[in-house]
Every structure is written in C-alpha cells, then in structure tokens.
Design a protein around this ligand. Sequence first.
Ligand SMILES: C[S@@+](CC[C@H](N)C(=O)[O-])C[C@H]1O[C@@H](n2cnc3c(N)ncnc32)[C@H](O)[C@@H]1O
Length: 274
Amino acid sequence: MASMVNQQAEQVVAPLAPSPSLADVTSGYGRGVPDAIFAHPRLAPVYDTFDGPRNDLAAYLGIAGELGAHRVLDVGCGTGCLAILLAGTGRTVVAVDPAAASLEVARAKDGAGAVTWIQGDAGRMPSVGADLAVMTGNVAQVFLTEQDWAQVLWAIGAALRPGGYLVFETRRPERRAWEEWVADTGPVTLEVPGTGLVEQCREVTAVALPFVSFRYTYTFLADGAVITSESTLRFRGREELESSLAAGGYRVLDVREAPDRPGREFVFITERAA
Ligand SMILES: C[S@@+](CC[C@H](N)C(=O)[O-])C[C@H]1O[C@@H](n2cnc3c(N)ncnc32)[C@H](O)[C@@H]1O
C-alpha cells in the first residue's frame, strides 16, 4: 500500500482541471472513494457516536466570526456536524462530501434543511464564491499524493472569492499520534441510537511515514454483523504544508493550536491570494 502511494506521490503534477459549475459537481463527479467508515450504509450512522462530543467545532464557529465569513464551504463535511452549526448562525453553507451514506446521515439531522448538500470530491469544488472554506476532522490528511493535495488546494481556491479564506486542521507528525493508536486498540462498545450496541476495534496496519494505515472493525451485537474499514492518512509537516499552500496561491495568516487538542494539531488560517 505505502509503496504504491509513494509511486503516485512521485508523479509529476498534471495540469489542473478547470473549475466545474455547481451543476457539474451535483451531477455525480467523484474521484475519491471514501473509506467504508464514511461510505458504508451501516458504518456512517455509527460515526457520530464513536466520534464523541464535538468540542472541536466551537473554535471553527469562532474563526468564521473572526473572519466575517457569511458564505461557507464545508469540504469533506461527513455527517454534517459543523455545516449544520454554521447554518444555524444564519450563514449560507454549502457542504461537500463524496460519501453518500454520510450525507444521508447529515440530511436527516435537525437543521439540515438550511444547508446545501453536495455529493462530490474536494478535487472539484462548485464555484460558490465562498468567503471561507473549512476542512475539519483532519480531512486534509485523506489526500495522499502531492498531486491530489495540489488539486484540492486549487479547486478550493477556485471556489473561494478573491481574498477568501481556507481554514483546516491536520495532525502534527512530530506528535506521532499513531503510537497512541498502536497502544490503544480498544475494544470500545457503545449504544448507537436506533442500532443498538456496537463494538469498535482499531488496529494500526502500517506505518510508512508520511503514511499511516489502520483498520477499524465494527461488530453489531444485535445481529453479529462484522464490518471493517481500512484507512490511510498522510501526516504533513509544517514546512511541507506552508510550501504547498504558497504554491497553491495561499498566504498563511496564522497557524494555531486546536483549543481542545493542544499540541496535537496545526490549525492553518490562510487567505487566497486576490
Ligand atoms: C474524519 S471525516 C471528517 C468529517 C467532518 N469534516 C467532521 O469534522 O466531522 C473525513 C471526511 O473526509 C471525507 N473525504 C474523503 N475523501 C474525500 C474527498 N476526496 N473529497 C472530499 N471529502 C473526502 C470523508 O468522506 C469523510 O466524511
């Protein structure tokens, strides 16, 4: 897996695709195949329960206020926790994710009607003229190759108004979160509303930096179903992020802590060059 990813990473960055219209994106384009944990119809509904309280999101509401953002693009919105919070403050929110099952969970939530939900890939964003684009929940780490990351930065830039902001978090590689994951395999068993007891186990399957791969195994105690989800994340260092952002046409305004996870994440506050 890691060697395949490395081969991809070495490819020359191809010319970037033109920005699609909202209609193009809504019509089903989707290059990324999201992990089962987001895309499987039985796993997406258990995601929020295992993710726990979203103490991370208040900081993003605060940043949206600080930046005076009224029109927000939530890239990799998943089950829509932040998108719905932002829309609840009267902002216009467009939320994009390739995982239909996660979007279905999102659409069923209170307040979801105020959000425009789009099944799509971060590499092709709708032209919404957003004041702010956000990637929470470490979405930035799912883009494994340099080419994909460059494409995502370009596509988000095209979806922002000139001078619009991109704010995202990503785990600091020097914190070596995977070592904690290796030590803590669970299992964790939780009651999921409407589903019953579900057991989750996590296993790190490969560490080939900057890539870390892991597997979640879910056992649904009501019927004994066992479903696994394989993931690989890329851990980018601060210098790598800063140079890729500069190459993508962004100015870094600040790099902050995530207030609920001090020392663990970079929160990049960036501005698209006008
Ligand atoms: C850890 S979840 C975070 C979800 C949400 N941002 C949150 O904070 O709850 C990562 C999300 O990235 C999405 N994702 C994976 N590949 C993607 C892609 N190519 N484009 C956009 N989103 C993607 C997944 O479907 C998943 O919903």
